[in-house]
Unconditional design. Structure first.
Length: 146
């Protein structure tokens, strides 16, 4: 049976576009791990996606993952929209290129390694894991400062 892992992810952007950060809080049993990073010029949606990708890449073997995000863009994208995007050659219903297709394609690759249950939580509502990931995403932004 693959190990069970809880993951909380968040992205932050100071300006949209602007400097951004991503944060990940992983928990399995009593073990915990924190990850974060920053990008000088990006968007909030790219940081939300990057957080999820980095979280899944950090797992060194297949796991049963419960992944919490406060991004409806990520949650709906991976559970609802992505199937049509793939069928349509990474085009939207209006035949426009899917924004952030590079990250969506990487997310597909990374999520296939695991059994992922996607959970949306309301952001900035006191949810402990989400607040932790938010702090880490802001650390990612702060890491860009000289």
């Amino acid at each position: 049976m693959p190990p069970e892992v809880e993951i909380y992810t968040d992205g932050a952007c100071k300006g949209n576009p602007g400097p951004g950060g991503w944060g990940v809080f992983l928990r399995t049993g009593t073990a915990q791990r924190e990850l974060h990073g920053g990008v000088a010029l990006t968007t909030n949606n790219r940081m939300e996606l990057t957080a999820v990708i980095e979280a899944l890449k950090a797992l060194n073997r297949p796991c049963q993952v419960t992944l919490y995000t406060d991004s409806q863009y990520v949650q709906k994208g991976i559970q609802e929209w992505i199937h049509a995007w793939q069928r349509n050659g990474w085009k939207t219903a209006s035949r426009q290129p899917v924004k952030n297709a590079d990250l969506w394609q990487e997310l597909v690759v990374q999520s296939q390694r695991h059994q992922v249950q996607w959970r949306w939580v309301k952001g900035h509502a006191g949810h402990e894991g989400n607040e932790h990931a938010d702090r880490l995403a802001n650390l990612g932004v702060a890491s860009l400062a000289p």
